[in-house]
Design a protein around this ligand. Sequence first.
Ligand SMILES: [Zn+2]
Length: 598
Amino acid sequence: MRTWKWMLTAFLLITLSAMAQQTTDQSPTSSAAGSQTATTPAPTAQPAASQPANSAGQSAAASPATMAPPTTMDQVVDRAIQREHALMEMLKTRTPLVETYLQNLKPDPKLGPVPSEDHYFLGRLDLGQSVDRRDYLSKDESFEKNLLGGVTKMFKFEYKPMGFSWMIFADRDDFDRSHYGFKYVRREFLGDVRCLVFDVTPKKDAGKGRFLGRIWVEDQEYNIVRLNGTYSPRPRNAMYFHMDSWRLNLIPGYWVPAYIYSEEGDFSYGAKDKMAFKAQSRIWGYDLKKGAKEDELTSLRVDSVKDETPSTTDASPLEAQRQWQQQAEDNVVERLQESGLVAPEGEVDKVLQTVVNNLIVTNNIELPRPVRTRVMITSPLETFSVGNTIVVSRGLIDVLPDEASLAMVLSHELAHIVLGHNLGSKFAFNDRMLFSDESTYNNFGFRHNPDEETAADTKAMELLKNSPYAQKLDVPSLFLKELSARAPELSALLTAHLGNSFTTDKGQLTRLSALAAMGPALDPNKLDQIAALPMGGRVKLNSWTDRVELTKSAPVAIISARDKMPFEVTPFFPRLSRLSSDATTGNTSTASNRPPSN
Ligand SMILES: [Zn+2]
């Protein structure tokens, strides 16, 4: 038993302690893709099981795979245009979540462009004919107004709802030959997928805001898998930003928009570019039910009390209390998953649970039922617990440099559980689950008061010191120091929406400050000191099913202080591959694993 546990720890160390930034593997066959940057951390695109599979059989129904293959480049373009319209049609009934995390940049003599402030947007995109977004964050203001709060008017245009849909599609309205010219460039591999590359230019008098750039079209069904460019010509007093938009083959026959990287700014000598930012957008929740409101009534679970009572007798007062808390916990976790905010239980949870177990076993903690963990899909760094479930955000897992840092994060929430700081039992009343997905943040909240926070920190230090991580607390301490150093510029990233934030509004560390005070001093110039990773390096998200898994990419050597990029936004470079029949089966079982909602 002991050996087993330590072996798991060793395994986790290999998975999690890779010190450096991550990268996508270059495909062995991708020598043609010489322009690919191999040094950018990015989530990989596909479930590990994916193989460059023969997709002809599975996708025949959804796409024209049975059509005769095109023989000329003109026919390829026709097919790509046709597939683009098929994608728009297929997504018309979908309302995925869209998250944009944006960092404004300022030049730093040593570190290059660094964040000067940040902005966070989370909303729902209606891909029907009238593009509409509903916002998860705003209270009274419209999404757009909220979006513009604090953002200069430069962003105003691009973020207009139509503008955003343009970033998902090349051109929502007029993607055809009468508006665009297509010029074949070359063949190129993106990951495992062979693509035909075309430069796309709007025709003269095609109108304002047309796509200008390059598209990659996969060579089996001729779907666009990547768009890179901008929109042109720009109207007066407005700007379009540049975007690199990636799609993934998550369902048979279609490549769905998943990641968009945007960047503007020029720090070259003499440049007078006032606007400088980089932004990551992620889209997920395609498979969530549209208008889930009605479904909520049928999906509420009230049977857990009955199911999990081991005896046939009435519950004692203490048992009843515990069952009540578990009912609340189940309700909350399930509701968050329905809203698209929490990922279905999966592989990442096993890793989190193993670290929690390491803390529990070495501290001889006895709990009436096991601690569970879940991943919140959003970027802001936050954790909270409800009942015995610890929830950690994807963004936080992304930036943690090693397993000990993960243990540090989990120890604080485990401390709340051990100390009985149970929150949220009011959610055992099912009427409290009846709200729209967009208002989740207004209806849920799991913040502890300062006394409980202090008590949890003290307990967490005790848990860590008795744990396998006791001798490895230098890195977690550096992480907290880096967090504290960067906090003033990263207030959006550090604003928790459901739990306690890591810092105050003024950027003062509010969690485990005793640990932050220990250990070595933070030195940005020390190359072997990695205090925090860039965003997006650890967890990859399936935009269709909302499942998350850890990326498998090799560490990349850091050659200068600029390579460290703690908490920073970087471009995406997912490794594209075709949906395998394995993955398709997986998706099917995923669908049936969802909470019943229809
Ligand atoms: Zn806390």
